[in-house]
Design a binder for this molecule. Structure first.
Ligand code: FAD
Length: 426
């Protein structure tokens, strides 16, 4: 049986739910279909950091060398990569290496800044208007450093933020201790990104899912989309494990799974899954005052009311969300290297998720260059929570034909797909 719908959103995690919220506000009818339950995906167990300060993309000068250095120290490394001769994976790695340039950073900064600031503003508005109670804490993000080399990197980042009109305070050892009394003497300095915030992503997404349901969205769970069919430059059918849809508009928001879902559409969607882990524990007696990043180890720490979350690791991996206990032990160990912790952690949950990562470090947001009724909202890598509400608003604007509020070109699929007008036939 074929069901006609207005907007069909594939994927009901951070990006899909935010798209649903803003499309519903714009008066569209929305159906969300997810292969599992909505509001879980790769976002519920993440660090919960909202980071408009994050304007430098992952693909930046020096990243290839840094990644190789990290791989030489596997026991403490924040990074690892699978070994595979898959041509798509090798091409992704090459594209990543080529993107690690000043030109890519220059191109990305205005785009990430505009989307990050819009998103941060939208979080405040949405949480206030909808009355969400999700441990939202606008106290900034404090990076801690143990080595002069990493601290110099942090100071450089603060300088780039100042040049772009964003706040960041460089703190010496004493100032860091004042702000976060739990730091150990090995921490020599820090940078406080004061415009950042944090929240509990599982609670936020649950409340957002509930809200979009109340606003009229149909939510279909445990029903994977198996393929998308197109003809004459339009998506004609979306096929799931149980039925077929004929949507007026499709939004592909399936994170790391987007390339396989869109496999039949003759598009290049270079998204590579990057697995990371978290543990959530009962708040220890000495609880950090605010969201932190342990600089050299790239481990995130987030106080969440009576819970504390520690998250980290970036593994270029297969589509696999299994938890490796060794990595959980590693991120807890990193915490103990930077912060005083006198007790055994009472761990309540261990988790793994996939960051949908593009080779140039920017998400894919915009119209398909081949199908006139298909919008992409995927590839947000380490920023899929942070950029969610901004992406949702951009997608709703594109769907209604409104003028873009800032330049969306850097996010466009055209950067990976040069489509000749003559080939626009399905
Ligand atoms: C350890 C860790 C820490 C992180 N910390 C942060 C942070 O502090 N701040 C931040 O902004 N980001 C963070 N991230 C990144 C963030 O979690 C991701 O960018 C985000 O989850 C991407 O959201 P998404 O909705 O695009 O994709 P996902 O969250 O991956 O969701 C994709 C959805 O699509 C569904 N789906 C998949 N296949 C199908 C199919 N065939 N049919 C239908 N549905 C399908 C899935 O079930 C899922 O619900 C972190 C990630 C990790 C791993």
């Amino acid at each position: 049986m074929t069901t006609k719908t207005d907007v069909l959103i594939i994927g009901g995690s951070s990006i899909g739910l935010n798209c649903a919220y803003y499309l519903l506000k714009a008066g569209r009818s929305v159906t969300i279909v997810d292969q599992k339950q909505v509001a879980l995906g790769s976002a519920s167990g993440n660090a919960g950091h909202i980071v408009p300060s994050h304007i430098i993309p992952l693909a930046a000068p020096g990243m290839v060398g840094t990644s190789l250095k990290w791989m030489l120290k596997p026991s403490t490394s924040p990074f690892s990569m699978k070994l595979s001769l898959d041509p798509k994976y090798l091409s992704w790695l090459l594209q990543f290496a080529f993107s690690c340039s000043d030109a890519n950073v220059r191109r990305s900064i205005p785009a990430l800044k505009s989307l990050g600031l819009k998103s941060a503003k939208n979080f405040v508005q949405m949480i206030e208007e909808e009355g969400f109670d999700c441990n939202y804490s606008p106290t900034g993000l404090l990076f801690l450093y143990q080595t002069q080399e990493a601290f110099a990197g942090g100071k450089h980042e603060a300088q780039v933020l100042h040049e772009n009109g964003l706040p960041a305070d460089v703190l010496d050892q004493g100032q860091v201790r004042q702000r976060e009394p739990l730091v150990l003497p090995d921490v020599i300095g820090g940078v406080h990104f004061t415009g950042d915030a944090s929240l509990n992503p599982a609670i936020f997404l649950r409340q957002l899912a509930e809200r979009v349901r109340q606003m009229g969205a149909e939510i279909i769970e445990n029903e994977p989309v198996t393929s998308i069919e197109s003809s004459a430059g339009k998506v004609t059918r979306v096929i799931t494990s149980r039925k077929e849809f004929e949507p007026a508009l499709v939004v592909l928001a399936a994170g790391s799974w987007s390339p396989e879902i869109a496999a039949g559409l003759k598009l290049r969607i270079p998204i590579q899954p990057a697995r990371g882990y978290s543990l959530t524990a009962k708040a220890p007696a000495g609880m950090p005052r605010q969201a932190l990043i342990l600089g050299e180890r790239r481990v995130a720490v987030t106080p969440l009311g009576d819970l504390m979350r520690i998250a980290g690791r970036l593994e270029l991996s297969p589509l696999d969300t299994s938890v490796r206990q060794k990595m959980i032990t590693g991120i807890e160990q990193a915490y103990r290297e930077y912060l005083r912790l006198d007790e055994k952690l009472e761990i309540q949950e261990t988790w793994a998720g996939l960051r949908p990562t593009t080779p140039d470090g920017l998400p894919l947001i915009g119209w398909s260059p081949r199908q006139s009724n298909l919008l992409f909202a995927s590839g947000h890598a380490m920023l899929g929570l942070s950029l969610g509400p901004g992406t949702g608003e951009v997608i709703a604007d594109l769907a209604s034909g409104s003028a873009a509020k800032f330049d969306l070109t850097p996010f466009g699929l055209e950067r990976f797909n040069r489509v000749h007008p003559k080939t626009l036939a399905g």
